[in-house]
Design a protein around this ligand. Structure first.
Ligand SMILES: CC(C)(COP(=O)(O)OP(=O)(O)OC[C@H]1O[C@@H](n2cnc3c(N)ncnc32)[C@H](O)[C@@H]1OP(=O)(O)O)[C@@H](O)C(=O)NCCC(=O)NCCS
Length: 251
């Protein structure tokens, strides 16, 4: 009985071509591998996303909370046609990106989360996700939204995205923006980097283990000392947050 119900609850994924892993040299001089992960690797990723759910700075909290739910939905087969790519440096988790195939022609970009700052790692991971939709899945466009000002700069402005404001995005039903194949072609020479195939030793290291990020964003010692919402009434939420994770704050 329960087995039969599970069959009803699980959507059947449509076939999607695999993302061929790629690698690039980032600004620090290190090699970064971007590859697709399957469901079996999701439990190794979740704790690193969970830690960011308490980082209010740069909207890591809302993005990490949503990513956590999306990764669980993927793991438990509660989402249709989702994929997850990770970026790793020496095995360490550096970024997570995910999205969905809406139909043959349209993709839905879900999230981009950088676990190491200041090296355009998130930008590279986002570009790989767009490459997956446009070049590998051969889609006509990808629907995108930003939840943070940095995200808006990175996607809407750097790619000069088109408005699709009559189309609600799956992230909260807010108006969508779109990356078309034409826009992606224009960005190709400047924003999209990486080589294939990934040398064996790099890929083996990445696939062997998803290691914890060595320098992830962290909440400040005093949450009220460094908040985007210092003068915003919604900052009172931090008082509750501080009570709950009192071990982290020096109130
Ligand atoms: C948006 C995001 C993926 C971009 O990642 P990225 O391309 O690697 O860029 P960074 O976050 O390192 O840098 C972005 C800006 O932060 C600043 N920055 C750089 N180094 C930094 C550091 N060590 N710490 C804090 N900020 C830093 C810079 O001003 C940089 O400005 P630039 O746009 O002029 O380069 C990443 O900021 C992130 O994960 N943010 C939280 C979640 C989020 O907003 N996701 C996107 C939702 S739309």
């Amino acid at each position: 009985m329960s087995v039969d119900l599970e069959k009803i609850l699980r959507p059947v994924d449509n076939p999607m071509p695999p993302f061929q892993p790629k690698y690039m040299t980032i600004a620090s001089g290190e090699e970064m591998v971007i590859r697709q992960v399957g469901r079996e690797e999701i439990p190794d990723i979740l704790p690193h996303v969970e830690a960011l759910m308490h980082v209010e700075r740069d909207y890591y909290d809302i993005v990490a909370s949503r990513v956590y739910a999306e990764l669980l939905s993927y793991y438990y087969y509660r989402v249709q046609d989702e994929y997850v790519l990770v970026a790793q440096i020496n095995g360490e988790l550096a970024a997570i990106v995910n999205g969905r195939m809406v139909n043959k022609d349209v993709g839905m970009s879900l999230h981009t989360l950088a676990l190491k700052r200041g090296l355009r790692i998130g930008a590279h991971a986002f570009a790989a996700k767009m490459e997956y939709h446009i070049d590998i899945m051969n889609q006509k466009e990808v629907l995108i939204v930003a939840e943070s000002p940095i995200g808006f700069r990175r996607w809407m402005i750097e790619y000069n995205l088109e408005k699709r404001f009559d189309t609600p995005h799956e992230l909260g039903g807010v108006p969508s923006w779109a990356l078309t194949k034409e826009l992606f072609d224009k960005a190709r020479d400047t924003l999209v980097v990486g080589r294939r195939p990934v040398p064996g030793h790099l890929l083996e290291k990445a696939e062997a283990d998803i290691l914890p990020p060595s320098d992830p964003p962290k909440p400040p010692d005093d949450l009220l000392a460094a908040t985007r919402a210092r003068y915003d009434s919604t900052a009172t939420v931090l008082i509750e947050q501080r009570k709950r994770i009192g071990g982290l704050a020096n109130a």
